[in-house]
Design a protein around this ligand. Structure first.
Ligand code: CA
Length: 227
């Protein structure tokens, strides 16, 4: 049974989540605040955490930091606010994905399944070095990209960027994280670097670079590799 820890202070939403999750055979624990969430996470070892960012006792981002001190459990953030700053802060602190309230239960369940599936896949294949899609193959060990039977020449910067994305399939990687990792800068005014290099990668790897299937942009947030 997949165990979900719901961290949310809105009792109506908690009730709706519990009913819907239990109907789909999830085991559910609920915490109305951050302190309880951290305690329950340690005691119950959930497979996935649904986390509201606006909690009565602490900032949801601090709950993420607390969890990330000892666990890689997937964290799906529920954010009522439109402010992308908060979502970016949550992702940078180690959240895996976010969903903006109000959301449909179907959308939430789909995201939840995807988050759990990603960790299961990662667990099945430790030290995966080959990333294969229908259109190209990335050999992380040999540092080789092949498309249509031909080697794709990538610059070191392109390679670095691609490597970060393909080793976390499905996960939204923030602009800030990519800029820090690849260029060692964190200023958001450097996001044009990312746009330029992502466009180059798409030209080299995507069949239709203007409608990317693998290297997906999340506007204002970051990028995601869909394997
Ligand atoms: Ca709240």
């Amino acid at each position: 049974m997949t165990r979900v820890l719901v961290v949310e202070d809105d009792p109506q939403l908690v009730r709706a989540l519990i009913i819907n999750l239990q109907a789909r055979q999830y085991g559910v624990d609920a915490a109305p605040d951050g302190t309880t969430a951290l305690r329950l996470a340690a005691a119950r070892q959930p497979d996935v955490v649904l986390l509201d960012l606006g909690l009565p006792d602490m900032d949801g981002v601090d709950v993420i930091k607390g969890l990330r001190g000892w666990t890689r459990v997937p964290i799906l953030v529920l954010s009522a606010r439109q402010a992308s700053d908060e979502k970016v802060a949550a992702l940078d602190a180690g959240a895996d994905d976010y969903i903006t309230k109000p959301f449909s239960m179907d959308e939430l369940l789909a995201r939840l399944r995807a988050a759990v599936r990603r960790t299961e896949e990662a667990r099945l294949e430790p030290g995966t070095t080959l990333v294969e899609t229908a259109d190209f193959t990335i050999d992380l060990l040999a540092k080789r990209a092949v498309r249509g039977g031909l080697d794709v020449r990538l610059t070191p910067t392109e390679w670095h960027l691609l490597e970060i994305l393909v080793t976390s399939p499905g996960r939204l990687i923030t602009q800030k994280h990519l800029l820090q990792e690849v260029w060692g800068v964190s200023q958001s005014n450097k996001t044009n670097y990312l746009r330029v290099y992502m466009a180059q990668l798409r030209r080299k790897l995507e069949t239709d670079p203007s409608h990317p299937r693998y290297l997906i942009t999340e506007p204002g947030m970051g990028y995601r590799f869909e394997g």
